[in-house]
Design a protein around this ligand. Structure first.
Ligand code: FAD
Ligand code: NAP
Ligand code: SF4
Length: 685
């Protein structure tokens, strides 16, 4: 039951009257492709996924994108809505959302030259940097066919029971490609002047409105900041917004950055609400409600945006994957129980790019609602969980939430395991939210927490536990470089934990051994100044070259980089480019950030020895080109080994024992697997 009047978020939770329909609050669940859209046989899963979010109180849901025709496909056989038979298959989804008191709109997404298939079409025959396929330039008749496809898709959405549609006009997709001179070189009525370039979206909106009638929500997602060279300037944005309003849109949603833009727009290092100022600029220029987007992940952030008058709604996509109950918790005075999206992209966007079903690192049930269920237990067991890192925390809280009696041990004095290191990296401040969530969740579920206790065989064997779960994590690998142990005593050689916990200050020249996720993070830590730009929006904008589109097309400026705090060398033995194994959608950001700070990245090296002068290297299999890096410190980030020495003795003692997270397998371990494994084991026991 929502209690907006008593809540701390009165603006966020206030209803929005659109005239013909009233949204119950100002939270729009932004469109997010999950992969479940692509196969109608997966629609029951999509239904459960949306129903859970509607039950959680969100005002208006927007589905992942559905193409209006085959040319508009994101990839072969991805989701589309083109026939009445297909529309009928959506009805259980819309009914389920309505049964929970929610509203839902279908996003119509035509990808244009971003389409990953040979049928892609665009205003001009210009290949995008992110697809191998060169699009076909449309004839005037071809353009007419695309408009009719949009209109028909909206009519079918209405038949399917949707409350509206969102027309995707941003992020560099088809409609956006007509708007920017960068991608539209036409000389007919659809190119040249801005009046011609904006003809397509205006026609689509006007004709859709005429076809669906006045009482149907029509959201238009408008690219307000393209972040590409030759993108729209602010006068064009305003001109388009006003024309879209006149053409019959109900709401204008904000689009930030084309997919090919080289500025991060949603990653964890982007400051919270970093682009609300863009939506604010449009306030007063149109009369219909505006929706702000990007890196809005907490109710206080959404509240501030609406209370300050920056926008009338806020869009959150990933935060509702992380916590379907986000809105209800905010409304019920339980905001501290929200499982916050940390903007890592690891289980949502990265999965989509790998053609896997999207889920969420902090909530493995997302996208798996029908299969991963946390049912109340019939037989209450006493269970010990050893290790309060991500694996142990997820396991203990799900077990206790189901009704088991759980004792959670950690030898450290605070929960979190390696997440306590991760949260210290500039740009990873959000990781602290996961620990806040678990701290509260341990209280709510009644886990008995025993910090500062190293669990050993007698304690676990004699404690009367029905089950023991080992989530003891990992040990940093010692790469055994000659001389390293002696230099460790003098503080020249350091472990990554020494550096991140501030146990040792590094000198002005540092070499990092190992260029995995942790090596990159340590490099970012070492080159950053005393303040994280993620917590300082103007500084972040300067470093990435983001500016007001009133003065610069696309909102791009020349980046101004603060000099690095020290010279850093990042090393690996493989000859492949450094950072190749980082996240699909975020690796380029880490690489670009380190390049900007002049970090020297060296691959294909052998570590010969470390002495008082520095790190001795050679190159390649033949160990040629000897080289001395004269550095003050060498930081070891050479991967990890499982820490699980309790398993065998417990097993031998006849205890039912399980391993999860790093304690199970350290190779390619990340928090996504640790939390997933912990939750799945807890659902079974
Ligand atoms: P751990 O987090 O290592 O936790 C194990 C816990 O067990 C520790 O708290 C330890 O004190 C405790 N313990 C061990 N033995 C005992 C005992 N006998 N008794 C009691 N307690 C014991 N992953 C990502 O997915 N994304 C990232 O962006 C990311 N960034 C990272 C950045 C850094 C700098 C680091 C260091 C790691 C990062 N990781 C990231 C990796 C992620 O933190 C780990 O994969 C995850 O923490 C592993 O979880 P775990 O629970 O298995 O082990
Ligand atoms: P990792 O990604 O496996 O990288 C280990 C690095 O050490 C590699 O560069 C490897 O490169 C090197 N290495 C391995 N054995 C070595 C040896 N014997 N001597 C010298 N170098 C050696 O592990 P990690 O960086 O420790 O990260 C641990 C986990 O945390 C990873 O799985 C990662 O997914 C996760 N994490 C993720 C992120 C993220 O942003 N998503 C950030 C941090 C951590 P060579 O073998 O080529 O030398
Ligand atoms: Fe947010 Fe990461 Fe979950 Fe994606 S995987 S929804 S970015 S927490």
């Amino acid at each position: 039951m929502l209690r907006p009047m008593n809540s701390s978020f009165p603006h966020l939770l206030a209803p929005l009257d659109l005239g013909f329909v009233k949204l119950r609050n100002r939270v729009l669940m932004g469109s997010m492709h999950t992969g479940l859209e692509d196969d109608p046989r997966k629609f029951p899963r999509l239904e459960a996924y949306f129903a859970e979010r509607a039950r959680g109180g969100v005002g208006l849901i927007v589905t992942g994108g559905f193409a209006p025709n085959i040319e508009g496909w994101a990839a072969p056989f991805s989701g589309r809505l083109t026939t009445r038979a297909a529309a009928a298959k959506h009805q259980p989804i819309t009914k389920a959302v309505h049964a929970e008191g929610g509203h839902i709109a279908l996003q119509i997404l035509h990808t244009g030259r971003y389409g990953y298939h040979p049928l892609a079409v665009a205003p001009s025959r210009i290949k995008s940097p992110i697809s191998p396929f060169t699009p076909r330039a449309l004839s005037a008749r071809g353009i007419e066919r695309q408009i009719r496809a949009f209109v028909r898709c909206a009519v079918l959405a209405r038949e399917a029971g949707y409350d509206g549609v969102e027309i995707m006009g941003s992020e560099g997709y088809f409609i956006n490609q007509f708007l920017a001179a960068h991608t539209n070189r036409r000389t007919d009525d659809w190119g040249g002047s801005f009046a011609n370039r904006m003809r397509l979206p205006v026609e689509i909106v006007a004709r859709t409105r005429a076809a669906v009638g006045p009482d149907f929500i029509l959201v238009y997602r408008l690219s307000m900041l393209d972040l590409v060279p030759d993108g729209s300037d602010w006068d064009e944005v305003v001109q388009l917004a006003q024309a879209i309003e006149r053409a019959g849109a109900t709401i204008i949603n904000t689009g930030i950055g084309w997919h090919e833009a080289r500025v991060p727009t949603i990653a964890t290092s982007v400051p919270r609400a970093a682009f609300a100022w863009v939506t604010r600029k449009l306030k007063g220029q149109v009369g219909i409600p505006l929706c702000a987007t990007n890196r809005i992940n907490a109710p206080e952030v959404g509240e501030r945006i609406i209370a300050d008058g920056d926008a009338d709604l806020v869009s959150m996509a990933r935060p509702l994957l992380a916590d379907p109950e986000f809105v209800n918790k905010a409304a019920q005075g339980r905001a501290d129980e929200i499982n916050t999206c940390i903007a890592c992209n690891q289980a949502c966007l990265d999965h989509v790019f790998e053609r896997r079903i999207a889920s969420c690192l902090v909530n493995p049930r997302a996208g798996h609602e029908t299969e991963l269920r946390y049912e109340p237990v019939i037989l209450r067991k006493r269970i010990a969980v050893v290790g309060a890192g991500p694996a142990g925390l997820s396991c203990a809280t799900v077990l206790a939430g189901r009704g088991h009696h759980v004792t959670l041990f950690d030898s450290a004095t605070e929960i979190g395991g390696q997440f306590n290191l991760a949260r210290r990296v500039p740009g990873k401040e959000e990781f602290a939210e996961t620990l806040r969530y678990y701290r509260r969740r341990l209280e709510v579920t009644g886990v008995e927490l025993r910090l500062g206790v190293r669990a050993d065989l007698p304690l676990l064997r004699d404690g009367g536990y029905d089950e023991v779960v080992l989530a003891t994590g990992v040990l940093a690998r010692n790469p055994g470089i000659p001389g390293a142990d002696e230099q460790r005593a003098s503080g020249r050689v350091l472990g990554y934990a020494d550096v991140l916990l501030g146990r040792h200050e590094c000198g002005p020249r540092v070499a990092i051994v190992g260029a995995g996720g942790i090596g990159f993070d340590v490099a970012e830590f070492l080159v950053a100044g005393p303040h994280s730009t993620t917590l300082d929006l103007p500084a972040w904008q300067r470093e990435w070259g983001v500016t007001d589109p009133a003065g610069a097309r696309g909102g791009l400026a020349v980046p101004v980089i603060t000099p690095p705090a020290r010279q850093v060398y990042l090393l690996q033995r493989k000859a492949t480019p450094l950072g190749k194994g980082l996240g699909k959608t975020t690796g380029w950001i880490h690489r670009a950030a380190l390049r900007a700070k002049r970090v020297e990245m060296l691959g294909g090296v052998n570590y010969e020895s470390i002495d008082g002068r520095g790190l001795h290297l050679s190159h390649g299999e033949t160990r040629t080109r000897p080289m001395l890096l004269e550095v003050d410190n060498v930081v070891l980030c050479a991967g990890q080994e499982p820490l699980c020495d309790l398993y065998q003795p417990l097993h031998m003692a006849g205890i039912s024992v399980h391993k999860i997270g790093g304690a199970d397998v350290a190779a390619e371990l990340d928090a996504r697997r640790a939390i997933d494994q912990g939750s799945r084991l807890a659902a079974r026991l």
